[in-house]
Design a protein around this ligand. Structure first.
Ligand SMILES: Nc1ncnc2c1ncn2[C@@H]1O[C@H](COP(=O)(O)O)[C@@H](OP(=O)(O)O)[C@H]1O
Ligand SMILES: [Mg+2]
Length: 280
């Protein structure tokens, strides 16, 4: 073996699923920025459709080319249940935060690319194209933020003392979130942000301290962000505290909590108190 051969090894998308997830999410983001510039914002519905479709087609073609043996579950594709027998399934949301993508000037929309392998998420990337950065897992564990300037390590930050800024959906916040805000023993600020990927990224980047969602969502809406969050040391579970699981027959995954581990038991207890119907 030549000297330094290991140190000289550079992970590439050919060999590294993390690098591939990051590259595909980022490149799909460039496709979306081009579509936004070309189609414009005058007809919101046309822009949403062009974005969903253009990014989906790009990702499907690239995954077929680079990982021909793997199954794919995409929000915009027909669900092929052969994925239930597959060892590796890419779970992708070609455009998360479609509404925000169609609104001029907004940067809270994302591309999600996750890889599920034999029962668990093993890689994930969340591109934030209008923020010029991609959050993603890396090969030896952990997560990073990649931008033009380079890469920085991504570690979920602790909340400021006495404060919890909770990101919620702009249009469909959990029905109990106001009661939760009043119930917690810290000052709570509710911060409406579009896109599950953008909200979970905001938690990991320290712009907010938690993301609480309930009432509806699908595996593609949170698989990649959850993979990145867990790799960055964050807490990411259902709102009853049980594990998030993926590549299920029914892809409905209606609720999620992402926060720093120091806040998790307080928030889970608060949700239990204000949402008595919750089992677990
Ligand atoms: N109650 C609900 N039922 C189904 N999907 C929901 C939902 N609330 C949020 N979502 C989905 O979760 C993503 C983030 O939503 P929000 O910005 O409101 O937090 C969006 O994905 P898409 O943009 O990919 O459709 C949205 O459709
Ligand atoms: Mg989505």
């Amino acid at each position: 073996m030549p000297p330094h051969s290991e140190a000289a090894f550079e992970p590439t998308p050919e060999t590294d699923d993390h690098a591939l997830a990051a590259e595909l999410a980022t490149a799909a983001g460039r496709v979306l920025l081009d579509i936004r510039a070309r189609v414009g914002h005058a007809d919101g519905k046309a822009l949403k459709n062009a974005g969903d479709q253009g990014s989906h087609e790009f990702l499907m073609a690239e995954l077929a080319r680079t990982r021909p043996g793997d199954a794919v579950l995409s929000e915009e594709g027909k669900d092929d249940l052969a994925r239930l027998e597959a060892e590796r399934v890419w779970i992708v949301d070609p455009l998360d935060g479609t509404r925000e993508f169609s609104e001029e000037g907004r940067t809270d929309w994302a591309v999600h690319v996750a890889l599920w392998e034999r029962g668990r998420l093993v890689a994930g990337a969340v591109a934030l194209p209008a923020q010029d950065r991609t959050l993603h897992t890396v090969a030896n564990g952990g997560a990073v933020v990649s931008a033009k300037e380079g890469q920085t390590l991504l570690v979920a930050p602790e909340p400021p003392p006495g404060l919890l800024r909770i990101a919620v959906s702009r249009t469909r916040p959990p029905e109990f979130v106001q009661r939760l805000a009043e119930r917690l023993d810290v000052k709570v600020e509710l911060v409406p942000i579009g896109s599950a990927g953008a909200k979970i990224s905001a938690v990991l980047l320290g712009d907010v301290d938690a993301y609480v969602h309930a009432g509806g969502q699908y595996e593609w809406d949170n698989a990649a962000p959850a993979a990145v969050a867990l790799a960055a040391g964050a807490h990411a579970t259902r709102i009853d505290g049980t594990a998030l699981t993926y590549n299920n027959r029914d892809v409905l995954l209606p609720d999620i909590l992402v926060c720093h581990p120091v806040s998790a038991s307080m928030v889970l207890a608060g949700i239990r108190d204000v949402s008595p119907g919750l089992s677990g």
